[in-house]
Design a protein around this ligand. Structure first.
Ligand code: GLN
Length: 217
């Protein structure tokens, strides 16, 4: 078991620096990943928020799409936030026709789902597996999860009304799904890297320590 695991942040686009800071605060060594050799060296990967259509395009331009997909298939622990959640889904609604995702988690994610009511909002939520105070979750043009497949654990929902008065925000069985885990994959609709609370990153660092995926030799 690696005590201080090396965790990469996919650094083609998006919210890279904040994730690196949060990972370091959570006890990991954080490195940016822009090429395959850097990917090979990590024991876990964060796919940050940003814009999933652009990220999908850049992954292909930088010849990183297939290498990342292969590592995920081989069980590399991964945490996707917001656009990163979209990148992990096996079905994306309201996406662009040419947008690709890794299909690492059997789930249907709707892009900009809350955005039809309100672009950004913050709310306190409980997250299964995270002890203590509720977590202040920041949503920015966020997706939500509309379907989870077998083996996907729902970790958090946004309670009805939290995304303002918009119809449908929290109607489904106690709210919209905004955090899931499936094996070594974690995904959140919100951005834990923009708050000083490192508990979601600590949870992920714990997943990486437990998985002990090791770098590619
Ligand atoms: N709406 C963006 C997308 O579709 C995600 C927004 C974000 O990551 N903050 O990729």
């Amino acid at each position: 078991m690696t005590v201080v695991p090396t965790i990469g942040v996919l650094a083609l686009q998006g919210d890279v620096v904040d994730h690196m800071r949060a990972l370091e605060a959570a006890g990991a060594r954080a490195v940016p990943v822009r090429r395959e050799s850097e990917l090979d060296a990590v024991e876990g990967l964060v796919i940050p928020g940003g814009e999933s259509t652009t990220m999908s395009k850049l992954l292909q331009i930088f010849d990183l799409f297939e290498p990342v997909r292969k590592r995920l298939d081989a069980g590399l622990p991964v945490f996707g936030s917001c656009a990163g959640m979209i990148m992990l889904a096996d079905e994306v609604l309201d996406g662009r026709a040419d947008q690709r995702s890794f299909g690492a988690i059997p789930m249907t994610v709707r892009r900009n789902a809350f955005g039809r009511q309100v672009d950004s909002f913050e709310t306190e939520i409980g997250i299964d597996g995270i002890e203590g105070e509720p977590f202040r979750a920041v949503f920015i043009r966020a997706p939500w999860v509309e379907r989870v497949g077998a083996g996907v654990q729902v970790l958090a929902r946004v309670p009805a009304g939290a995304a303002d008065s918009g119809a449908g925000a929290g109607e489904e069985q106690g709210g919209r799904i905004v955090a899931v885990r499936a094996g070594a994959c974690l995904a959140t609709s919100f951005h834990p890297e923009v708050t000083p609370d490192a508990r979601v990153h600590e949870y992920f660092v714990g997943m990486v320590r437990g998985a002990d995926a090791g770098p590619v030799e």
